[in-house]
Design a binder for this molecule. Sequence first.
Ligand code: ADP
Length: 254
Amino acid sequence: MPIIEVTNLAKQYPQPDNKTEHFFAVDGVSLQIEQGEIFGILGPNGAGKTTTLEMLEGLIDIDGGSAIINGIDVSSNPRQVKEIIGVQLQANEYFDKVSLQELLALFGALYRRTINPLALLEKVQLREKAREKPANLSGGQKQRFSIASALVNDPKVLFLDEPTTGLDPQAKRNLWNLVRGLNSAGMTIVLTTHNMEEAEELCDRLAIMDKGKIIAEGSPQELILQHAPEPPEAPLHGDLEDVFLVLTGHGLRE
Ligand code: ADP
């Protein structure tokens, strides 16, 4: 049985230019994510990736359809779901007077758990920064710390919203290694990205999302073989950028 089962999920928001009209930011999304997968939702800005994730996380109401995580219905039991998921907060949401070590202890307390902050910091390679304040971390370190803070409740499923946006290549690779390490210890990981390389390198399976809908799903290799046209001269298939172009008629970054 999949650990995440999403059926016809929908969310409406007011039209930016006419608030009396609504549009579907998420328009009937169905997904099955297996335990132990790294699953990516790939799409351009505005596709509905964050809105989908926020519904799965119980952060915003579900307008239509359902999401079941580890057998728990997110709409009817949002608190129970929060016990078993990890949600990455953006680093600028932290109190800035408190050290990394103290912050993690605080987050653990929110879950009524006694945690070992130093062991968690070790896991994300920030052990030596235990006494630093979040403001003094580099971009990559902040992202790794935000993952540590999402791990305080030892989640079964970790949600990451564009985890490497804005990171330099080295910091990006460090973060991918961290995600792979967590995954190989059994954690299911669901992430959003508009980065082709990230989707291809990191994800076992992908859903390609555009204008609120899933338009294709499969492993990166399957998607490339099925959808990317053969380049005229080279013997190899194209890449995920080509898959996106063929399916939507436009590029990922417009
Ligand atoms: P993505 O994460 O793929 O960039 P989002 O899920 O953030 O896309 O947004 C999908 C659409 O919903 C966009 O058109 C965005 O402007 C709109 N949207 C997102 N959040 C809100 C909100 N709180 N109120 C109104 N519109 C929103």
